[in-house]
Ligand binder design. Structure first.
Ligand code: SAM
Length: 494
């Protein structure tokens, strides 16, 4: 029986290592576009500002280097003939630049995705104008031009600065299937008022390009609406939207509902290899599909865990596995050595805190923050816990004293030092001298020491953490809302 799995790691490695051939029913991918931007995750501060805590979640900048040259060569030398030819042609046309680096990263991943897709499966590649034309060629080479189904235009409204060109208000989603026998549940759009009126008068026509209009038959009029088209008007996840979690590239749930409903059935397996803050996963969970999510940042995996918990309840944690994140002290040490930033995100995520950007002078001495509420009234003050993460083999009392200074400076309620090494007796003494923060739930030490080993054993921060009190991550709305209003028809092949 398939199971839900959240993987932390590079999707190429994960796909090759864990995902078997032809086991996936539907793939949606929203890779970082070649838009030459560094995306920052913007968390709203308690005073509403966004600037204080920006963490680079992933770099959307590609440069032609040794790595891209190797990826390119591997595809050209060992990939299928058509893919090899397209890549060579693109290199002749583009040269060795950042676009070519991006395409060299995408090519082996698309080949892996084709391998894991079932013969009845579909893949939706989300992109924008920057790379959509190049990706279309690559998708044609990997999946075959005859398996191209649609270029979906996702149209949204937003304010953009005036420029000497038309406003860009759409993304492109390339829809391919593995073969011509594929799952497709026709979605219907209800008739407009005008159509209903014309239908009653018996003058509703169907138009085909280059042909005379034909009267719509009575049989067709029995249906609850007209088949969904390839231009989707779905609102952007606006800054004020309930579902917005603060992930800059978060996609709307309505968009994923449409894709998942059209191209999969209950209990099918949906894969998102660039899953970000987990929109595909949350929608798949809601629509009772199995899911697999992969992301290369611990920040994304931490957000997804919170999203699922808030949307579906604490018990959801039992319905999926997390693979790739440290499960032992040795794993944690390896991660800390390989990628300190990811280690910090992971350790902070375990206690429900989030990292802060290091460059900010104002946040000096702070690695993470956790916000909570413990007063019932509406005007309650937001309280905070300051976290410091230390990796070295030794920790000393001076580090705890520094933290104590920061806790005082920030007027925080509690300070927590997370360390790989066991705290010394001088540190324990210093922590004990810190006194207590008193909440309606009792007394909580103002200075707390936690080792990574204790975190792995399930120990957390001593603070008023009953359900709903931690307000560090924006909560995903509970998953009881209305699904998209689309009557469904079962549909066979085209
Ligand atoms: C555009 S965002 C996806 C947003 C997502 N659709 C959502 O609604 O939240 C792209 C994601 O891909 C992840 N990513 C980038 N390179 C990756 C790789 N090689 N393997 C796995 N994830 C990767 C980034 O960390 C980022 O979260």
């Amino acid at each position: 029986m398939a199971e839900n799995v959240l993987y932390y790691g590079d999707n190429l490695e994960i796909l090759r290592r864990y995902i078997k051939d032809e086991t996936i029913d539907l793939i949606y991918l929203d890779p970082p576009f070649k838009s030459n931007q560094d995306y920052n995750v913007l968390f709203k501060e308690q005073n509403g500002s966004c600037s204080a805590a920006q963490i680079k979640a992933f770099e959307d900048t590609w440069q032609w280097d040794q790595g891209s040259a190797e990826a390119y060569e591997e595809v050209v030398e060992n990939g299928p003939d058509k893919v090899s030819k397209v890549m060579q042609a693109l290199r002749t046309f583009l040269g060795e630049n950042d676009m070519m680096a991006y395409l060299s990263m995408m090519a082996p991943r698309l080949l892996e995705l084709s391998r894991v897709l079932k013969s009845s499966g579909s893949i939706y590649l989300h992109c924008d104008q920057t790379a959509s034309a190049h990706l279309r060629l690559l998708m044609d080479a990997v999946f075959g031009t005859n398996n191209f189904r649609n270029e979906i235009v996702w149209h949204y409204r937003r304010w953009t600065a005036a420029a000497k060109k038309f406003q860009r208000l759409h993304d492109t989603i390339l829809f391919y299937t593995k073969t011509n026998k594929y799952v497709f549940n026709q979605l219907l759009i209800p008739y407009t008022k005008g159509s209903v009126k014309r239908k009653k008068q018996g003058i509703l026509h169907r138009f085909k390009r280059g042909e005379e209009p034909v009267l719509v038959s009575n049989k067709e009029l029995q249906a609850d609406g007209v088949p969904e088209n390839d231009v989707w008007n779905i609102p952007f996840v606006a800054p004020s939207a309930k579902e917005r979690l603060g992930y800059p590239t978060q996609k709307p749930e309505a968009l994923l509902e449409r894709i998942i409903k059209a191209s999969s059935n209950k209990r099918d397996t949906v894969l998102d290899p660039f899953c970000g803050c987990g929109t595909t996963i949350a929608v798949a969970q809601k629509l009772k599909r199995q899911w697999i999510g992969i992301d290369i940042t611990c920040l994304a995996t931490a957000l997804i865990k919170h999203r699922l918990q808030y949307a579906f309840g604490r018990k959801t944690r039992k319905t999926y596995r997390v693979i790739g994140e440290p499960v032992s002290l040795t794993d944690a040490e390896t991660l800390a050595k390989e990628n300190w930033h990811q280690f910090e995100c992971w350790a902070l995520g375990l206690v429900g805190a989030r990292p802060v950007e290091k460059k900010k002078g104002a946040d000096k001495g702070i690695d993470g923050r956790l916000y909570f509420h413990d007063e019932p009234d509406k005007k309650r003050k937001t309280k905070q816990i300051i976290l410091s993460v230390k990796s070295g083999e030794k920790v000393g009392v001076s580090q705890l004293r520094d933290l104590r200074g920061v806790v005082d400076r920030e007027d925080a309620e509690i300070g927590v030092l997370i360390s790989m090494a066991k705290p010394t007796s001088a540190m324990r003494k210093e922590a004990a001298s810190g006194g207590f923060y008193k909440s309606p739930w009792g007394k909580h030490p103002r200075l707390q020491l936690l080792t990574v080993e204790e975190l792995l054993g399930g120990k957390g921060i001593d603070y008023p953490s009953s359900e709903g009190v931690n307000v560090t991550f924006k909560k995903a709305p509970k998953a009881k809302g209305k699904e998209i209003e689309h009557p469904e028809l079962n549909y066979s092949e085209e």
